[in-house]
Design a protein around this ligand. Structure first.
Ligand code: PMV
Length: 306
């Protein structure tokens, strides 16, 4: 009875621009979703029949499964709708457990299938979340890369995926009370990019900034990283994906952090702070209206099987 687990993630640099093929850096975090799969007389998920399952991700994954019926159980350790990649961790762990029933533990194939599931369910996505969850550690998606591990494409776009060395760092992710679906925010940015050359200029600037961020991350230079996070946030704000609630949370922790930015699609959603005072930052975010705040550490392991 294989059990597979996969971590959540947050995007450290380059969200939105990555949709246009620019590089992004994401970091796996020490929160994991665990999925157990076993052959069974009928297909169930946590005791429910398929028709009772509400998650589009699970329905999509099981509709692709051509093997014998399976009984699945899920333990999610990644908070949902938090910018921490709960759907990617679920998809990656789910597919890893299913494939493992057939003795298949090919991480690349699992990451590709999980990306395809997210792309189908969300009507578009980059492979950032799913690849980071599959690989663990700090992951670079898109941009020019000399030694990528793999490359995924959709339509005209393709993304090279590779690992980046990164030091132990402490972050706090603050989740606002404004829920904003990724799909809507991606469409909002697309309209801006299509309507004016200014939109694409911002995307280009984010892409250039991420190139600088890679060397700051490799050096483990928190000051430089923080400054780049702040610049990345300003560019995201110009793309119109911030909101007053996000700005209030961010202002409340600026002085205790090296850098603070939106993480993920924005519009609401979440911020991430790089800090050496994580407890104070968590408290301040909560006082400034966060729905919740999580101290997270980088997680070096991607998919693990029991
Ligand atoms: O909302 P999240 O954490 O899944 O991040 C979305 C990131 C985008 O760049 C806006 C979209 C994508 O698929 O890369």
């Amino acid at each position: 009875m294989p059990t597979a687990s996969a971590p959540g993630k947050f995007i450290l640099f380059g969200e939105h621009a990555v949709v246009y093929g620019k590089p992004a850096i994401a970091m796996a975090v020490n929160m994991r979703t665990e999925v157990t799969a076993a052959f069974s007389s009928r297909t169930t998920v946590d005791g429910m029949l398929l028709k009772e399952v509400r998650s589009y991700y699970i329905r999509e994954m099981l509709s692709r499964w051509e093997g014998e019926p399976v009984s699945i159980s899920i333990h999610s350790g990644v908070p949902p709708s938090s910018g921490l990649g709960s759907s990617a961790a679920l998809s990656v762990a789910f597919i890893a457990a299913l494939y493992s029933l057939n003795g298949d533990r090919d991480i690349r194939r699992i990451a590709e299938e999980a990306f395809d599931v997210e792309y189908t369910v969300q009507g578009g996505a980059s492979p950032t979340d799913t690849s980071t969850s599959a690989l663990g550690g700090a992951v670079m998606v898109g941009g020019e890369q000399e030694n990528p591990l793999w490359e995924f494409s959709k339509g005209e776009r393709s993304w090279k995926i590779g690992r980046i060395e990164s030091p132990e760092l402490s972050f706090v992710v603050g989740v606002s009370r404004v829920h904003s679906p990724t799909k809507i925010m991606v469409q909002r940015v697309r309209r801006l990019v299509e309507r004016s050359p200014f939109g694409m200029e911002i995307i280009d600037s984010i892409g250039e900034l991420v190139t600088d961020a890679i060397s700051a991350l490799k050096k483990g230079d928190a000051e430089d990283m923080g400054e780049l996070m702040n610049r990345n946030h300003e560019l995201l704000r110009t793309l119109n994906v911030s909101c007053p609630e996000i700005e209030r949370m961010r202002d409340s922790v600026m002085e205790m952090s090296y850098g603070v930015k939106i993480t993920g699609a924005g519009g609401g959603g979440s911020i991430v702070a790089l800090t050496d005072r994580p407890k104070d930052v968590k408290k301040a975010m909560e006082s400034a209206g966060a729905r919740s705040a999580y101290i997270v550490n980088a997680e070096k392991n991607g998919i693990l099987w029991d």
